[in-house]
Design a protein around this ligand. Structure first.
Ligand code: NAD
Ligand code: MG
Length: 387
C-alpha cells in the first residue's frame, strides 16, 4: 500500500492518475488532492478516495469546497500555504501534476520530505532543475519522470551505465500544425492550436505542442534529468507518436521505447515503480500499424527548439527566463492579443534582454528563481505591449 498525494488532481495528468488508483484501490491510500477552480471534481474524488485533505489553489473557492465536503471527514483548505502543506504531508509518492511554474514550490516541498516525486510538471525542471535535484539529493528523494519521453528514456536506462549514453532521441508528434505552411501559421487560432492530433492533454501543453515549445522544454528537462549536453539531445518528428524516445549507447545500439499514446503508461510506471504491474493501455499490433515514419523538425518554422538549445548551453537561470516568458506569451495567445508565431518572438526577445544577468546565476536559491521568473514575466509583458 503506497500513500499518495496528487498535486493538480483535477487536470489531465491528475485525472489519469486517479483513473489508475480507482482501478487498484488496495494498492494506494490517498493523502491529499489539490486542484484549482473545479472544486466539484476535487471534492468528488477526495470523497471517493478517502483523502485526508483537499486543497483548492483559490481562496474564493474554499467555502464551496467546504460545503461539498461537509460531513465526509475530508479536511478542506485553500491558497498557496495550503498547497505547500498538502505537498509536505507524509506520503510515499507525490504526483506533481500542476501546470506551469506554480508547480515548483509544491514539488520542492514534497522532495524535502523525502517522498518519491513522480514529476509531470516539467516547468519545475526547466526553471529550477539544479535546485530541485539538489533538494532531492539532500533528502534522498527519488525523482521519477512522468513526461512520456523522459519515462521512456528512464526505462531504456534500467540496468545501464549513464556514462555509456552517446545521445538520446526524443520524438515529437509535430502538434496540431505539423503540416501547415508557414504563412498560414501566422493566423492560427486558439481553437485550432488547442486540438492535438494524438494526445489528449491540458490546453496549455497542447498549444505548447503546436509551437514545439513543449518539445523545447523537454530538451531542457532531459538535460537536467540525465545530465546531457545540448549536442547529445536530438529531436525527430514522428507523427504516429508510438516511439516516445530512444537512447543511443556508445556501441551504436539504440534502445527505443514503444507504446500507445496514452499517458497512463508513464503515470502507471511511476506509480508502480520499481515494480511493473498490469496497466489498462492498448496493446500495439505492429502488423496493423505497418510502419512508423520520422523526419527532421523544421527549426525555421519553430524557433523554440533553437532557443532551448541556447538555454541549455547558457545554464544558470536561463531556463527560468525561458519558461516564464513562454508562460506569459501563452497567456497572451490564449487571451487573444498575441498571434501564434509571435509567442516565439516574445520568448526570444525576453531571452536576449535577460540572458546576460540570468546565465551566470549558477548557485540558485528559490528566491533567485522566483525573482527571475517575475522579472521575465514583466519584461515579456512589456515586449507584448510594444508589439
Ligand atoms: P491541466 O491544465 O489539465 O491541469 C493542471 C492542474 O494544475 C489542474 O489541477 C489545475 O487546477 C492545477 N493548477 C493550474 N494552475 C495552478 C496554480 N497556479 N496553482 C495550483 N494549481 C494549479 O494540465 P496537464 O495537461 O495535466 O499538465 C500538468 C503538467 O504535466 C504540466 O506541467 C504538463 O506540461 C505536464 N504534462 C502533461 C501531460 C498530459 O498528458 N497532460 C503530458 C506530459 C507532461
Ligand atoms: Mg512529453
Amino acid at each position: 500500500m503506497k500513500r499518495i498525494t496528487i498535486l493538480g488532481a483535477t487536470g489531465s495528468i491528475g485525472q489519469n492518475t486517479i483513473d489508475l488508483i480507482d482501478r487498484s484501490p488496495d494498492d494506494f491510500q490517498t493523502v491529499a488532492l489539490t486542484g484549482g477552480h473545479n472544486v466539484e471534481q476535487l471534492a468528488a474524488d477526495a470523497r471517493r478516495l478517502g483523502a485526508q485533505l483537499a486543497v483548492t489553489a483559490h481562496e474564493d473557492r474554499l467555502q464551496d469546497l467546504r460545503d461539498l465536503l461537509a460531513g465526509t471527514g475530508v479536511e478542506a483548505a485553500a491558497g498557496h500555504k495550503a498547497l505547500l502543506e498538502a505537498a509536505s504531508r507524509p506520503a510515499d509518492l507525490v504526483m506533481s501534476g500542476i501546470v506551469g511554474a506554480a508547480g515548483l514550490e509544491p514539488g520542492l516541498e514534497a522532495v524535502r520530505t523525502g517522498a518519491t516525486l513522480a514529476l509531470a510538471n516539467k516547468e519545475s525542471l526547466v526553471c529550477a532543475g539544479p535546485l530541485l535535484l539538489a533538494r532531492a539529493r539532500a533528502s534522498g528523494a527519488t525523482i521519477l519522470p512522468v513526461d512520456s519521453e523522459h519515462s521512456a528514456i528512464f526505462q531504456a536506462l534500467v540496468g545501464e551505465d549513464t556514462a555509456d549514453i552517446e545521445r538520446v532521441i526524443i520524438t515529437a508528434s509535430g502538434g496540431a500544425f505539423r503540416d501547415w505552411p508557414l504563412d498560414k501559421l501566422k493566423t492560427a487560432s486558439l481553437a485550432e492550436a488547442s486540438a492535438h492530433p494524438n494526445w489528449d492533454m491540458g490546453q496549455r501543453i497542447t498549444i505548447d505542442s503546436a509551437t514545439l515549445f513543449n518539445k523545447a522544454m523537454e530538451l531542457i528537462e532531459a538535460k537536467e534529468l540525465f545530465g546531457l549536453s545540448s549536442a547529445q539531445i536530438e529531436v525527430v518528428i514522428h507523427p504516429e507518436s508510438l516511439i516516445h524516445a530512444l537512447v543511443g549507447f556508445r556501441d551504436g545500439g539504440l534502445m527505443a521505447h514503444v507504446g500507445p499514446p496514452d499517458m497512463r503508461h508513464a503515470i502507471g510506471y511511476a506509480l508502480n515503480w520499481p515494480d511493473r504491474r498490469h496497466l489498462p493501455v492498448e496493446r500495439l499490433d505492429l502488423v496493423k500499424i505497418g510502419r512508423m515514419t520520422f523526419r527532421d523538425p523544421d527549426e525555421a518554422r519553430h524557433p523554440a527548439l533553437r532557443l532551448s538549445r541556447d538555454v541549455i548551453d547558457a545554464g544558470g537561470l536561463a531556463g527560468a527566463v525561458f519558461n516564464a516568458a513562454k508562460e506569459r506569451a501563452l497567456d497572451g495567445f490564449i487571451d487573444g492579443g498575441l498571434g501564434f508565431l509571435q509567442m516565439a518572438e516574445v520568448v526570444e526577445e525576453t531571452l536576449d534582454r535577460l540572458m546576460p544577468e540570468a546565465a551566470p546565476m549558477v548557485d540558485m536559491s528559490l528566491d533567485d528563481v522566483l525573482a527571475m521568473d517575475a522579472k521575465a514575466r514583466r519584461v515579456a509583458g512589456e515586449i507584448i505591449a510594444a508589439l
